[in-house]
Design a binder for this molecule. Structure first.
Ligand code: UDX
Length: 484
């Protein structure tokens, strides 16, 4: 074990992080913040050069300041010399991408290349930690190939799994304030080493950049120590359950539309049952992003390979894919003809507080609008540059009101809270037709109707009776979804 951190007197371990995507950068930076000596490497030399210059290639609240501070303090460094990074760490966190293959399986080729690298470059014993999201049994394969590829048989390469549950937009907070930390290990030495690495976070003994004054008195993280297979499965099972919960809420939403009920009131009431819980019941355009869609596919594939028919997860995926069709039905019903219509889009990112558009529902909506000959103007706080690379023919606006100018319809595609507090009276006056189709149930139907808008959303009747979800003193004109 390495030395002690002069400042905190805690054990300071040498940690390598391979892969500087959002999981690698958040993991490396937070472990440096927790007092460890961290070196990060990536096979993209430009990304490493940018990071060395303090440029963070992703938008993630708190990350750039923390990264800069730990870099300055010498606790966090970046190198494009992957061999050097391998040799530097006692523990090596594999954080490379595992994107979906055509058939839905996770592409594990980057993990295999890292196995080659570690086996060739390790001169002393290492704990190799899977942080990337991988299907169960990957750790066993990794252990096997490390043994096959290893040049120096005297070097011990132990494998462990440590899945992440970070959400984009709150990843730093999720890492420092996790609900649970999961270790998949095969021996006590690996468990002990991982406990040392996470000690500061388990005991919440670090300076928290998210809550400078004091952290909320929430429960300390639960530690789950299990086998590698179980740890790997926990990640896929968690994400797949969240996906099913969202698709279930969307199915109920569709039913609400048919029977004249209000999805928001229904999910509020069922969520009050602690066995169900209020979160991840927001109906709308469905789940996107780089995690849920691909993890659902990979989990279905793992089940199929194992002779288990995961029908309910396939159905959740089918329900999710159909959200766009249903949303487009609403657009057509309202607009009748889409061709040559001026359509304004509020929100491009797959969710709020991120610049990420991977598997964002907005991309498919825009693709179809353009295919049907609509003129599209769009605004998003963070994701316009990335979207412009895909859809240069869309007009991107510097501020949200511009999308409403002479628009025949306004679509809300991302649940950015800022959109709630827009001046909707002003927007009403700017549109050529005050028509809103809200794909994220962000606004309140009755309030929008009062302002004279035609307003459509998911799972809610046009004129709904707004359940007083907030104390009567606070006007709730736009507090559409208290669960947000
Ligand atoms: C997810 C998991 O939450 C996280 O634990 C895991 O580590 C990575 O994958 P993330 O992809 O950042 O995180 O997004 P998340 O906040 O889970 O949202 C996923 C998608 O579901 C978004 O498109 C969001 O708009 C949608 N969503 C979320 C709903 O449609 N309804 C909800 O109630 C919640």
């Amino acid at each position: 074990m390495e030395g002690l951190d002069n400042e905190t007197g805690r054990s300071k371990l040498r940690i390598s992080v391979i892969g500087c995507g959002y999981v690698g950068l958040v993991t490396g930076t937070c472990l440096a913040e927790a007092g460890h000596q961290v070196v990060c490497t990536d096979n993209d030399p430009q990304r490493i050069a940018a990071l060395k210059a303090g440029v963070v290639p992703i938008y993630e609240p708190h990350l750039d300041a923390m990264l800069a501070a730990n870099h300055r303090a010498g606790k966090l460094s970046f190198t494009s010399d992957a061999a050097e990074a391998v040799r530097a760490g006692e523990a090596i966190f594999i954080c490379v991408g595992t994107p979906p293959l055509e058939n839905g399986d996770a592409d594990l080729s980057a993990i295999d290349s890292v196995a080659h690298l570690i086996a060739n470059e390790a001169c002393d014993s290492k704990l190799v930690v899977e942080k990337s999201t991988v299907p169960a049994q990957t750790g066993q394969q990794l252990k096997r190939v490390l043994g096959v590829y290893r040049r120096n048989s005297s070097v011990e390469l132990r494998v462990a799994s440590n899945p992440e549950f970070l959400r984009e937009g709150t990843a730093v907070e999720d890492f420092l304030h996790p609900d649970r930390i999961v270790f998949g290990v095969e021996d006590e030495a690996s468990e002990r080493q991982l406990r040392e690495i996470y000690r500061p976070i388990l005991d919440r003994r670090y300076r928290c950049p998210v809550h400078p004054s004091s952290c909320p008195a929430t429960q300390l993280p639960m530690l789950v120590v299990t086998t590698i297979n179980s740890a790997e499965l926990i990640k896929h099972a968690s994400n797949s359950f969240l996906a099913m919960k969202i698709s279930y809420a969307n199915m109920i939403g569709d039913l609400c539309e048919k029977v004249g009920a209000d999805i928001r009131e229904v999910t509020r009431a069922i969520g009050l049952d602690p066995r169900i819980g209020p979160r991840f019941l927001d109906a709308g355009l469905g789940f996107g992003g780089f995690c849920l869609p691909k993890d659902v596919q990979a989990f279905i594939r793992l089940a199929e390979r194992s002779g288990v028919d995961f029908g309910m997860l396939k159905e959740a995926e089918r329900v999710n894919r159909r959200r766009i069709d249903l949303f487009f039905d609403k657009i057509r019903q309202a607009l009748w003809v889409v061709k040559d219509k001026q359509v304004g889009v509020l929100g491009l990112a797959f969710k709020a507080n991120t610049d990420d558009i991977r598997f964002a529902p907005s991309l498919e909506v825009i693709r179809r609008l353009l295919a049907e000959g609509a003129q599209v103007r769009a605004y998003d706080q963070e994701a316009m540059d990335k979207t412009a690379e895909k859809f240069p023919q869309v007009q991107y606006c510097r501020e949200p009101y511009e999308v409403a100018s002479n628009a025949d319809a306004l679509l809300i595609l991302t649940e950015w809270p800022e959109f709630r507090s827009l001046d909707w009276v002003r927007i009403h006056g700017m549109m050529s037709r005050p028509l809103i189709i809200d794909g994220r149930n962000l606004l309140a139907p009755s309030a929008m109707a009062e302002l004279g808008f035609e307003y459509y959303s998911f799972g809610r009747p046009m004129e709904s009776f707004d359940l007083q979800l907030v104390p009567p003193s606070i006007p709730n004109a736009f507090a559409a979804s208290a669960s947000a």
